[in-house]
Design a protein around this ligand. Structure first.
Ligand SMILES: *[C@@H]1O[C@H](CO)[C@@H](O)[C@H](O)[C@H]1NC(C)=O
Ligand SMILES: *[C@@H]1O[C@H](CO)[C@@H](O)[C@H](O)[C@H]1NC(C)=O
Ligand SMILES: *[C@@H]1O[C@H](CO)[C@@H](O)[C@H](O)[C@H]1NC(C)=O
Ligand SMILES: *[C@@H]1O[C@H](CO)[C@@H](O)[C@H](O)[C@H]1NC(C)=O
Ligand SMILES: [Zn+2]
Length: 272
């Protein structure tokens, strides 16, 4: 095993782009406290008023705004980083999960028995996962690598187990850990993804939700969990708290053209 085999990367510099797009924590509408949104906030942000986000949500103008373009020339190998290790991800079919179309994307709520137990300074518990898909009307992945945008991106959102709940963690530095991976088109169906795609037409309209049987959530992430980019960033949508320890896997996920096409519903996409 040479250094090549253990290819962990740390993005040391905060590569700031324009405040591109942000991510909404799924419970944000219910949230009544926290440092922002400030006075005069509107809860119904949209992607068309990106440049105004930091008026209503001061954190959206922060120094560590996500997403970013990962410039691989500007990354540094960090020998201290360890492979991401997951626990409890293999859910039995008897365990039901709520799948929701929240009008921005498709969200799968996750039990907090799913954990990241290696590769980060704390143990992090899962809360939900969601997607940023591409289509004619939305650009696809949020992060970019060397200026390249991918057809889709999965985000598995976790919160630091030092906090009692995600609501407590979400405003704190290192309070959240998001595992991100890029989706690309390949020749074959991805069996892991089919568990989820099978239920998409049950949540065709914004606001719909459905209970689906548990499956191996690990199958939604790449095989290789030891090659990733790490950086301190933020939620990518309002309220943009600067609280996310990001992990962006270097290995991409391959889905067939048919599978990628099956998400081609404007309701599953950020509402540009
Ligand atoms: C990330 O944030 C932590 C805690 O604030 C800090 O110790 C660390 O140096 C930061 N890392 C980078 C790469 O900026
Ligand atoms: C790489 O990082 C340096 C130092 O932060 C920065 O000045 C430079 O613009 C970055 N290069 C690119 C291409 O982003
Ligand atoms: C994110 O994780 C890295 C370890 O990879 C750690 O050095 C850093 O302090 C963490 N950032 C925060 C804000 O906790
Ligand atoms: C993976 O890492 C290689 C080597 O740095 C880079 O060329 C490639 O663009 C990366 N791909 C992704 C999706 O991170
Ligand atoms: Zn996201």
């Amino acid at each position: 095993m040479g250094p090549q085999d253990q290819y962990l990367l740390l993005l040391l510099t905060c590569l700031l782009g324009p405040p591109v797009r942000c991510e909404e924590p799924h419970h944000q509408e219910e949230e009544s406290q926290g440092p922002s949104p400030g006075p005069g906030h509107h809860h119904h942000w949209s992607y068309t008023d990106i440049l105004e986000w930091d008026t209503d949500y001061p954190d959206c103008g922060g120094a560590a705004q996500s997403p970013i373009n990962v410039d691989t020339q500007n990354t540094t190998f960090d020998p201290q980083l360890r492979p991401i290790q997951l626990s409890g991800y293999d859910l039995a079919p008897g365990e039901t999960l709520e799948l929701e179309n929240n009008k921005h994307t498709v969200v799968l709520k996750l039990p907090d028995s799913l954990k990241i137990v290696g590769g980060l300074p704390h143990i992090y518990r899962a809360a939900q996962l969601h997607f940023h898909w591409g289509s004619d009307s939305s650009p696809g992945s949020e992060h970019m690598v060397n200026g390249h945008r991918f057809p889709g991106e999965i985000h598995v959102v976790h919160y630091n187990s030092e906090y009692k709940s995600i609501d407590k963690a979400i405003t704190q530095p290192g309070g959240l850990a998001v595992l991100a991976a890029f989706i690309e088109e390949g020749p074959d169906d991805n069996a892991g993804y089919q568990h989820l795609l099978d239920h998409l037409d049950e949540v065709k309209e914004g606001g719909n939700s459905v209970e689906i049987p548990g499956f191996d959530i690990r199958g939604l992430l790449p095989q290789q969990l030891d090659r990733y980019f790490r950086y301190n960033g933020s939620l990518t949508t309002p309220p943009c708290f600067q609280s996310v320890n990001w992990t962006i896997f270097n290995q991409t996920l391959l889905l067939s053209a048919k599978q990628v096409g099956s998400v081609d519903n404007p309701e599953y996409h950020p509402d540009l």
